[in-house]
Design a protein around this ligand. Structure first.
Ligand SMILES: Nc1ncnc2c1ncn2[C@@H]1O[C@H](COP(=O)(O)OP(=O)(O)OP(=O)(O)O)[C@@H](O)[C@H]1O
Ligand SMILES: [Mg+2]
Length: 328
C-alpha cells in the first residue's frame, strides 16, 4: 500500500533584496524588491508502507523543505501530497497522529521540563491509552537507555542524550510514518549505531515507514533499501541502493593472493580487465559488465588462490561523483 504520494511538488520562496542605508530603508517602505527562489522543483515519488527511504542530496538541495511540506509545516507553491490519505498542511492535527518527526538541527523538546514530563504531556496530546503509553514508554526507555535521564531538564542534557530523547518523543505515539532529518548530526558512533538499530527495529516490529535524511553515506547504506537523490530542488535519482551502485559504479577492483608466482594470467587481460602483478598478488581492475567470480575461476585454473578481496566502488564515491557531474 502506498502511504505517501507526492506529485509535482514545488516550493518557491520570496526573497526580499535588502539594500543598506537610510535611503534604501525609506524606499523599501513604498516598494519592496524581491526575487523568487525555486527550491523544490516538480518532485514526484510514491512510498509504500514499511519502506526505509534515504532522502539525500547536497547542502541546500531542498531536502528539509520537502520534509517540511510532507509534515504540513510548509504549504507548497504547487503540487499534491497525501500522507496516510491526508493532505498534511490542511489537516495538521489529524496528520500529527500519523507521523513523527525529528529535525536534528533544531530541538522540539521543551527545554525547561524533564524528559519524563514531556513524554507525559505528549501522551495526553496524542490521547494514548494507559496501556499503549506504558508499552511505548518502556520500549523507548529500553532502546534509548533513558532511565537515568528521565528526570533531568532537557537544557541540561548533552547533545547525544538530547537526540535520544528527541527521537523517543517523536515516536511515543507509535506513528505510521517517521521523518528523520539529520537525526545523527554531531553524534558519536555508539549513539549513531544505536539509532540505526532502532530505525531497523521499529521498521521490523511496527512496519513504520521511515524517511531518513543524512549526509552520512554509511548510514544510508546500513538502513535504507531505496534512495531518492535530489539536487538543486530536482529529483535526480529514485531507485534501490543496489541499482544506484550498479548504474553509477564505473570500475571495481579485486585483489587476489596466490600461493605461487602468477601463471597464465595475462590471457585474461582485455579492454574490460586490467591486471597488475606484485610478487604473488594480483590487482585486477574490471568494468561493471564483468563478474568477479569469472575472474577468480579463470585465475584458479593455473594458480592456487590463498585469499581474495573485492573492493567495490564505495557508495560515498558514487554519490560524490553524481553531485560533481551535475555541477560540471
Ligand atoms: N524560509 C526560507 N526562505 C528562503 N529560502 C529558504 C527558506 N528555507 C530554505 N530556503 C532555501 O531553500 C534551499 C533549500 O533549503 P533546505 O533547507 O531544504 O536544504 P537541505 O537540502 O535540507 O540542505 P542541508 O543539507 O544543508 O540541510 C536553500 O537554498 C535555502 O537557503
Ligand atoms: Mg536540511
Amino acid at each position: 500500500m502506498e502511504i505517501i504520494k507526492v506529485k509535482n511538488l514545488c516550493k518557491s520562496f520570496r526573497i526580499t533584496s535588502k539594500e543598506h542605508g537610510l535611503k534604501a530603508a525609506i524606499k523599501s517602505l513604498f516598494k519592496s524588491d524581491y526575487t523568487i527562489k525555486e527550491v523544490v522543483k516538480n518532485i514526484s515519488f510514491n512510498i509504500s508502507e514499511g519502506e526505509i527511504i534515504g532522502y539525500i542530496g547536497p547542502n541546500g538541495a531542498g531536502k528539509s523543505t520537502t520534509i517540511k511540506m510532507l509534515t504540513g509545516i510548509l504549504v507548497p507553491s504547487a503540487g499534491e501530497v497525501s500522507v496516510c490519505g491526508i493532505l498534511p498542511w490542511n489537516q495538521r492535527i489529524d496528520n500529527g497522529f500519523n507521523i513523527g518527526v525529528v529535525f536534528g538541527q533544531r530541538s522540539q523538546l521543551w527545554w525547561d521540563i524533564p524528559v519524563y514530563d514531556t513524554f507525559n504531556l505528549l501522551s495526553k496530546l496524542y490521547k494514548l491509552s494507559k496501556e499503549n503509553y506504558k508499552r511505548n514508554l518502556s520500549l523507548i526507555i529500553d532502546v534509548f537507555e533513558l532511565k537515568d535521564l528521565l528526570h533531568i531538564p532537557v537544557r541540561q542534557l548533552s547533545l547525544g542524550q538530547r537526540m535520544r530523547a528527541e527521537i523517543a518523543s517523536a515516536i511515543i505515539h507509535n506513528p505510521k510514518v517517521l521523518y528523520l532529518d539529520e537525526p545523527t548530526i554531531g553524534l558519536d558512533i555508539v549513539i549513531k549505531r544505536k539509532i540505526r538499530e532502532f530505525i531497523k527495529r521499529i521498521n521490523k516490529d511496527f512496519n513504520t515507514t521511515i524517511i531518513l535524511t543524512t549526509h552520512d553515506v554509511s548510514e544510508i547504506e546500513k538502513v535504507c533499501n531505496r534512495v531518492i537523490v535530489i539536487d538543486k530542488g530536482e529529483l535526480i535519482y529514485d531507485d534501490s541502493l543496489k541499482q544506484l551502485k550498479d548504474r553509477f559504479s564505473r570500475i571495481n577492483e579485486i585483489e587476489i593472493k596466490l600461493d605461487n608466482a602468477p601463471q597464465g594470467i595475462m590471457d585474461l587481460q582485455s579492454e574490460n580487465i586490467n591486471i597488475r602483478v606484485k610478487e604473488h598478488t594480483l590487482k585486477v581492475k574490471y568494468s561493471k559488465e564483468i563478474k568477479p567470480i569469472d575472474i577468480i575461476n579463470k585465475v584458479a585454473i593455473n594458480n592456487k588462490i590463498l585469499d581474495f578481496n573485492i573492493n567495490e566502488n564505495d557508495l560515498e564515491e558514487i554519490i560524490h561523483s553524481i553531485y560533481v557531474a551535475r555541477n560540471n
